[in-house]
Design a protein around this ligand. Structure first.
Ligand SMILES: *Cc1c(COP(=O)(O)O)cnc(C)c1O
Length: 515
């Protein structure tokens, strides 16, 4: 059975064991066993926070009597039940110290929550109970590397790009790659509140995550896998279609489910030569058929899917160097998409502009635009920062004086030129701090001052030179963000800010700021 238990230091002497992946009775027993065996519970109370269990196949009475007996066997001393069903079955729980709340929020507001201390707490809840909030509240907040995401800045950026658009031009917001690292769920909720027309993700699973988090907005899947059609139908996710093979498989899958009129988005290749139907056919052999002709023919002779939109992608909308080629791409798109439209009585939305395109070619906004990097605060035309959305920060773990004849880090690469003060920070390449930033190639900010990375960046830790900087252990360090643009890092790495932003690993906690 797939299990993922996280153990974390909590507030007030608590240890948290977090298992929010499963909510069934078998995994409960495994997790309880895990808690019971932990060597560190010496003298500390063992507490279980449990939500209602769904789909057990048992009656509630039997189910919770069973839960109670497992808890008894595994030494649970305090039981906190959350949810209407558990509350109703309170009598079945034979643990002397027990409390029940109808929701996670009620529990967080309660005296019982405030009084948690020196306990080993197993937290096990079905996702819908929002136990994430609970663990967030219980976690100790020091020594953390976090990505602080400013949702107001995100909205300001959205409005900046909207200012280039006509009032009836629709907008697709790209929340692929976990919203360029910012965290797809929270970003999508914010965008939904601001009534964008579409959200777009790369794969179906990303779309499912959004649906499960309560996102009801239209969702486009940019790179649908052949194996995920059923998932897309079940969660009302609209695939992009870029090839005949994909189209054929999709039509078959829809027919099998008895589905008709399923919306799809047709991708045309106008010059990227990545994915898409060829909008600019090479000279055809005599009597040959262009891809657009063949596509129209197939679409007209089936009822399973309908083209809701047709689009293509600029290869260089962010640079005047490619203006001529962009114009050529647009012309190819314009021609091919008009032919597609002419073959159907319903409106097919046409779209081509990405973030840079919206600014650079507002006259090519057509019916809809696709906003990506700009939403996250980087203007890809000149790498200017709009409103900073993501700030990656950490804290100083330890500081030491290192004489100049010593070296710092692996392979002795941190050669010192003076007696130095070196600070260690809990972020490494496994968090997305690229190892090529090390050995003095880049810096972070400590109390507003530049502190270069010394020696090789390690997996979980990096060392920085804070000689002459007024700082102490526990002080905050900015890796990139409001004071140090992410583009400083991407320039240093000879890459684009997209790569730095999407490279922040999952283990870095996202914290959302909204006024
Ligand atoms: C990612 C993506 C975009 C967004 O591009 P930005 O440069 O981030 O605005 C637009 N269209 C397609 C097809 C994409 O894959």
């Amino acid at each position: 059975m797939a299990m993922r238990l996280e153990v974390k230091e909590g507030r007030q002497g608590c240890t948290l064991i977090n298992d929010s992946y499963n909510s069934d009775i078998n995994s409960l027993d495994i997790a309880l066993d895990f808690m019971n065996r932990r060597p560190d519970h010496e003298g500390r109370k063992r507490t279980l926070v449990l939500s209602d269990i769904y789909q057990s196949g048992m009656t509630p009475e039997v189910l919770y009597r069973e839960v109670s007996s497992l808890c008894g066997n595994r030494g649970v001393e305090k039981f906190i039940g959350i949810g209407p069903e558990l509350t109703a079955q309170a009598d079945q729980i034979a643990i002397p110290q027990k409390y029940f709340f109808s929701s996670c929020e009620d529990f967080i507001q309660s005296e019982v929550f405030r009084n948690l201390h020196d306990e080993v707490i197993l937290i096990k809840g079905a996702r819908s109970f929002g136990f994430d909030r609970l663990t967030e509240q219980l976690e100790q907040k020091v020594h953390e590397t976090i990505l602080a995401v400013n949702l107001n800045a995100l909205v300001d950026n959205l409005n900046y790009y909207r200012s280039f658009l006509h009032s009836d031009t629709k907008i697709v917001c790209m929340v692929k790659a976990d919203a360029y690292g910012a965290g797809a769920v929270e970003v999508a909720k914010t965008l939904q509140d601001h009534r964008v027309d579409y959200l777009a993700v790369a794969v179906a699973d990303e779309g499912v995550t959004l649906r499960k988090a309560g996102i009801t907005q239209n969702i486009m899947i940019m790179n649908p896998e052949m194996t995920s059609f059923k998932t897309m139908f079940d969660y009302e996710l609209e695939p992009e279609v870029y090839s005949f093979r994909l189209l054929d498989a999709l039509i078959k899958a829809a027919r099998k489910e008895g589905i008709t009129g399923y919306p799809v988005h047709i991708k045309l290749d106008t010059g990227m030569h990545r994915l898409g139907f060829d909008a600019h056919p090479q000279p055809l052999p005599k009597g040959g058929e262009s891809e657009i002709d063949r596509l129209i023919d197939i679409l007209q002779h089936q009822q399973a899917v309908v083209p809701r939109s047709v689009f293509s992608h600029f290869v260089g909308s962010d640079s005047v160097d490619f203006d001529e080629f962009s114009a050529l791409q647009f012309e190819r798109f314009d021609k091919a998409s008009r032919r597609l439209q002419a073959a159907f009585p319903h409106k097919i939305l046409r779209h081509m502009d990405n973030s840079a395109g919206i600014e650079h070619f507002p006259e090519r906004q057509l019916d809809m635009c696709r906003l990506g990097i700009g939403l996250y605060g980087v203007d890809s035309i000149d790498n200017r920062i709009l409103n900073t959305v993501s700030t990656l920060k950490t804290t100083i773990l330890q500081m030491r004086r290192v004489p100049k004849e010593e070296t710092v880090g692996y392979s002795r690469k941190g050669v010192l030129t003076r007696d130095s003060v070196i600070a260690a920070i809990p972020i490494g390449y496994a968090d997305g701090l690229n190892r090529h930033l090390g050995r003095g190639r880049c810096y972070c900010l400590v109390n507003g001052q530049k502190a270069p990375y010394v020696g090789n960046i390690c997996m979980d830790v990096a060392m920085i030179d804070v000689t002459g900087i007024d700082c102490r252990e526990g002080d905050s360090v900015e890796i990139f963000g409001s004071h140090l643009p992410v583009t400083v890092l991407s320039d240093c790495l000879d890459t684009i800010p997209y790569e730095v932003l999407t490279g922040i690993s999952n283990r870095v906690k996202r914290v959302y700021v909204q006024e």
